[in-house]
Design a protein around this ligand. Structure first.
Ligand code: ZN
Length: 308
C-alpha cells in the first residue's frame, strides 16, 4: 500500500528550536528509548490516511500529541516515541506503557503484516499496557470484526466506531456545532474521574462519530465502561452519545477512545486537547494534575500538517 504521509521532522524540529520549544527528554523515532525509571513511555503509532489536507492530518496530529506530552506541566517525565507504522519486534516495546493510534481506521488492520501487529499488540495488552485511539483510529470495518461484532479492541478499549459493519451502524457526519459535555463519571472513590480534570463543556465544528459500538446489551456495564464525554446528537433527533470513553481491564491495562478531532484545526481547542491528553496519560497509568494535562501550543502549522 502506498503510504501517503511525508514526514519532514527536520523542519518541524528546527521550527521548535527557533521557538525555544524543543521537547525535553525526547527519544525520537531513531534513537533507542532507555526506560525512565520513574516516568512512563508513550508510543504514538501513525497509521495510513487518505484524507485531504486539514482533515485527520495523522502525522502532524502525532507530533502535536508528542509535543504536548513533553511540554505539559505537572505530569512526571514522559518518554514519547512517534513511529510511522508499527515498530515490529522492537525490544523496547516491552517498556511501553501505552500505545496511541492515529490513522484512518484501526491502524493494525491497515498496516502491512496486520497479523504480526495484532499478535505483538495482544502480548502488550496481556501484560497490562494501555491503548488509546484517536478519531478514525477507533474505527473497525466489517471484514475486521466477527459477525456479532466481537473484536479484541472491544475488550482492550471498551468500544469502537463500527464503520460500515452489518452488526451495528455507527454514523460519521460533520456537525457544525456539536456541544461536548463532561460525563458524570466518578472514580472508585466517588470523586470526579481524573480524565475529567481541567476541561469544560465546549462546542466545535467536527465529526464526532455517533452511535459508537460498546458491545452487545449489558456488555458495557459488565465491562465497567467509563463515560468521559457525551453529546446530544444528531441535532434533529438528539440522543445521548458517548464520544470519549475508557475502560480498566482485568489485565490491569487501561483503554481510552475518543472520536475527535476530524479537523486538524481543532487541536487548537484547549478543552478538547486536555481531554485527549488526560486520556492518554491516564491510559499510561500516570497521575493527572489537578487542573488536567495542559500545554501551550505554538501555531499548529509548526507541526507541519499537509494543509499548512
Ligand atoms: Zn474524520
Amino acid at each position: 500500500m502506498k503510504h501517503p504521509i511525508t514526514l519532514t521532522r527536520r523542519g518541524y524540529l528546527a521550527a521548535l528550536a527557533l521557538l525555544g520549544l524543543l521537547p525535553r527528554d525526547r527519544a525520537g523515532a531513531d534513537q533507542p528509548a532507555e526506560p525512565t525509571p520513574t516516568g512512563k513511555t508513550v508510543l504514538i503509532v501513525v497509521g495510513p490516511s487518505n484524507h485531504p489536507p486539514g482533515t485527520h492530518e495523522v502525522a502532524a496530529g502525532g507530533r502535536v500529541m508528542e509535543f504536548s506530552l513533553q511540554q505539559a506541566s505537572g505530569i512526571g517525565p514522559i518518554r514519547t516515541r512517534v513511529t510511522m507504522g508499527w515498530p515490529h519486534e522492537e525490544p523496547w516495546l516491552d517498556s511501553v506503557d501505552t500505545v496511541v493510534f492515529i490513522g484512518d481506521e484501526f491502524p493494525p488492520h491497515k498496516l502491512p503484516n496486520s497479523e504480526g501487529i495484532m499478535s505483538e499488540l495482544t502480548a502488550m495488552m496481556d501484560r497490562g499496557c494501555g491503548i488509546a485511539c484517536i478519531h478514525f483510529a477507533t474505527g473497525l470495518r466489517e471484514p475486521d470484526v466477527a459477525p456479532d461484532g466481537e473484536h479484541p479492541l472491544l475488550h482492550w478499549m471498551g468500544g469502537y466506531f463500527a464503520s460500515r459493519c452489518s452488526h451495528h451502524k455507527s454514523i460519521a457526519r460533520i456537525f457544525p456545532a456539536a456541544e461536548i459535555l463532561p460525563a458524570t463519571s466518578a472514580d472508585a472513590g466517588g470523586s470526579p474521574h481524573p480524565v475529567l480534570r481541567g476541561w469544560q463543556a465546549f462546542t466545535l465544528n467536527d465529526e464526532p462519530y455517533i452511535d459508537n459500538y460498546f458491545g452487545p446489551p449489558g456488555h458495557a456495564q459488565k465491562a465497567g465502561l467509563i463515560e468521559f464525554a457525551v453529546s446530544m446528537l444528531p441535532p434533529e433527533a438528539p440522543r445521548r452519545q458517548v464520544v470519549a470513553w475508557g475502560i480498566e481491564r482485568p489485565d490491569g491495562g487501561r483503554g481510552f477512545g475518543i472520536v475527535m478531532p476530524h479537523y486538524y484545526r481543532n487541536w487548537q481547542l484547549a478543552d478538547l486537547r486536555t481531554l485527549i491528553l488526560n486520556g492518554i496519560v491516564w491510559s499510561a497509568g500516570a497521575e493527572i494534575p489537578a487542573d488536567g494535562v495542559r500545554v501551550n501550543l505554538p501555531d499548529l502549522s509548526t507541526f507541519e500538517p499537509a494543509g499548512s
